[in-house]
Design a protein around this ligand. Structure first.
Ligand code: PPS
Length: 570
């Protein structure tokens, strides 16, 4: 990395060109190799361009990367805890050499910046993971991203920003570091305490932030992350609507809300330090750090990755150097006898503490159960109930899998008409044959083509599910890993229900309704599932049905009963 304009908190290092310079560069960039930035890279580049990542002037070079990984510092000694690198595919890296310029574009092809590549290397991801996250356990979202999503080659170098990534939503709440600093100055705010969050805020958060602001005698900035947070978090659109409600509970003269386009790594202590540097760049003087700040959840053995107050301890060591003061906070709990929230360490032994965990809160939303007034505000709960309607108003997918001739299509059709008879929901059948005629006509039956076919079905089913419909899929779907991918994609937007139609190969072959088994045995049809191609049976489907001992009508009725039991239909 070339020079650092400033240590933390001095002049902002923005990396956007003037309009004329940008115009000129746009013309040149048309000839440069072009890299489409993914979601995380877009967040990173936005922070590099707007100065949120000051003092960085681009993506880390190898010497900076090594120093950051090893000792949380850039090569020149400046504190910087997390590696900000541009990861690209091997194929792309072959087009470039040191000194090349490359265009960095968003998903629509808009030129965001040009990177002058001054370094290119294949990182030791294991070493990076152990050093940065303290683990290689892939239950950690940051580790998981590093091993499964990040590309193998890193590019480093200075960037010249042409334009910031576009946002069309919540524009009135989006401020660059410069804009926020100017706003504070205009308002005469000298002390500002920032509150970092990736969750909807409830009463406990309001109490905590009030106390923190009072303690620091500072104004308050609610600064939620709207870039990338922990997978499975509540989407930011719903969260921001909640923040819009909650902001009304604060005095207008001393509190403001602004959105931060950061891609979190869930890196616990190191991430807390990073958050502090970023908030310093945004003009804040204080940062609230609570219990388990930027915590990644549990590891594969069910243990916490970091100690609950490890982030506070690390920031305490470095806050002077960063130039921001930490306001450490214990978890806030509701004390029934006092009818108020207090920090957990201030509760008397005899007093009863009430708490609703995130998981419990979600369960209550999903099942349409009561959420007490002491926990949240009615506007917030109403807003979240819209995002998490009770199960009988959520979309879901029933995914049949089984051999050809096992009875998938017949049961799927029977189920579809039964659901349509009940009415009130839109039902779409994505049968294997129908899909192959309409969506996957060009595909054959190699593993690659089958996977593509199933992923397409999964994509359509996820869209239907997300929009509250019912999708019934009935392909063979012979591979476990592909079915798992579909399950994950759909479960994040609604219900997923796998039905394994386990009718035996002997029975399917004896039925041979389409005459395909005979042809497969004769070698006329190649790669035929069960005969000359594998079928991996599901290990834990939601339901298993053998159509040898059960009529299609009965099978469909069994599924209906299970759906009712799980709350998907009423
Ligand atoms: S897959 O593996 O999930 O992509 O298969 P799918 O899209 O469900 O397509 C299966 C239907 O295609 C016919 N068919 C074959 N099946 C398996 N293997 C081979 N080689 C093959 N060639 C054609 C067959 O009729 C399947 O329909 P179903 O309804 O399952 O009997």
């Amino acid at each position: 990395m070339t020079t650092l304009i400033s240590p933390h908190g001095g002049k902002l290092k923005e990396n956007l060109l003037s309009d004329e310079e940008a115009q000129e560069l746009k013309i040149k960039a048309a000839d440069y190799p072009s890299w489409d930035l993914n979601e995380r890279q877009l967040c990173d580049i936005e922070m590099i361009l707007n100065g949120g990542f000051s003092p960085l002037n681009g993506f880390l070079e190898k010497s900076d990367y090594d120093a950051v990984v090893k000792k949380m510092r850039l090569a020149d000694g400046t504190l910087w805890p997390l590696p900000i690198t541009l990861d690209v595919t091997e194929e792309f890296s072959k087009q470039i050499t040191k000194g090349s310029n490359i265009s960095l574009r968003d998903q629509e092809g808009v030129l965001i910046a040009v990177l002058n590549v001054s370094d290119m290397w294949t990182p030791d991801k294991k070493k990076e993971s152990l050093s940065v996250f303290g683990t290689t356990d892939q239950m950690h979202p940051g580790v998981n991203y590093l091993f499964n999503k990040a590309n193998p080659v890193y590019l480093g170098g200075e960037v010249s920003g042409v334009e910031s990534p576009a946002h069309y939503d919540f524009k009135h709440f989006r401020d660059s570091p410069r804009e926020l600093r100017e706003k504070f100055k205009k308002l005469g705010w000298r002390k500002i305490v920032a509150f970092q969050t990736r969750n909807p805020m409830h009463r406990a958060h309001v109490e905590l932030t009030f106390r923190a602001a009072q303690l620091a005698e500072a104004n308050l900035l609610i600064h939620p992350v709207v870039g990338m947070t922990k997978p499975g978090d509540i989407d930011y659109y719903s969260r921001v609507r909640c923040y819009e409600h909650i902001i009304k509970y604060y005095p207008e003269l001393t509190t403001t809300l602004s959105l931060l386009p950061l891609a979190m790594r869930m890196g616990g202590p190191r991430e807390a330090l990073w958050h502090a540097i970023i908030r310093k760049n945004y003009g804040c003087t204080h940062l609230i750090v609570g219990r388990d700040h930027a915590g990644p959840g549990k590891d594969s053995k069910g243990n916490d990755f970091y100690g609950p107050y490890e982030a506070q301890e690390l920031l305490a060591k470095h806050q002077k150097e960063v130039g921001i003061e930490m306001v450490p906070f214990q978890m806030m709990v509701y004390v029934k006898e006092r009818a108020e929230y207090v920090p957990a360490n201030e509760v008397d032994k005899e007093q009863s503490v009430l708490n609703i965990s995130g998981t419990e809160f979600r369960r209550r939303l999903q099942e349409g159960l009561d959420i007490p007034e002491w926990f949240s505000y009615s506007e917030i709960v109403d807003e979240l109930r819209k995002t998490y309607p009770p199960r009988n108003r959520q979309g879901f997918t029933i995914f049949f899998t089984g051999l050809s001739g096992s009875g998938k299509s017949t049961v799927a059709k029977a189920l579809m008409v039964k659901l349509m008879e009940a009415g009130g929901r839109s039902v779409t059948l994505l049968d294997g044959d129908i899909v192959r005629k309409n969506l996957s006509r060009e595909l054959g039956f190699s593993r690659e083509h089958r996977d593509l076919n199933i992923l397409r079905i999964g994509f359509v089913a996820a869209e239907i599910t997300k929009n509250g419909g019912i999708a019934i899929c009935a392909p063979i779907a012979p591979y476990q890993a592909t079915r798992q991918k579909v399950r994950e994609a759909i479960s994040s937007v609604g219900g997923f229900f796998e039905v394994f139609v386990s009718t035996s190969l002997e029975e399917c072959e004896a039925r041979d309704r389409k005459g395909l088994y005979a042809k497969a045995r004769a070698g006329i049809i190649k790669e035929f599932t069960g005969i000359s191609d594998p079928y991996e049976a599901p290990k834990s489907p939601e339901l298993e049905i053998d159509t040898q001992n059960c009529l299609p009508d009965e099978a469909a009725q069994r599924i209906i009963l299970r759906l009712e039991k799980e709350g998907y239909i009423r």
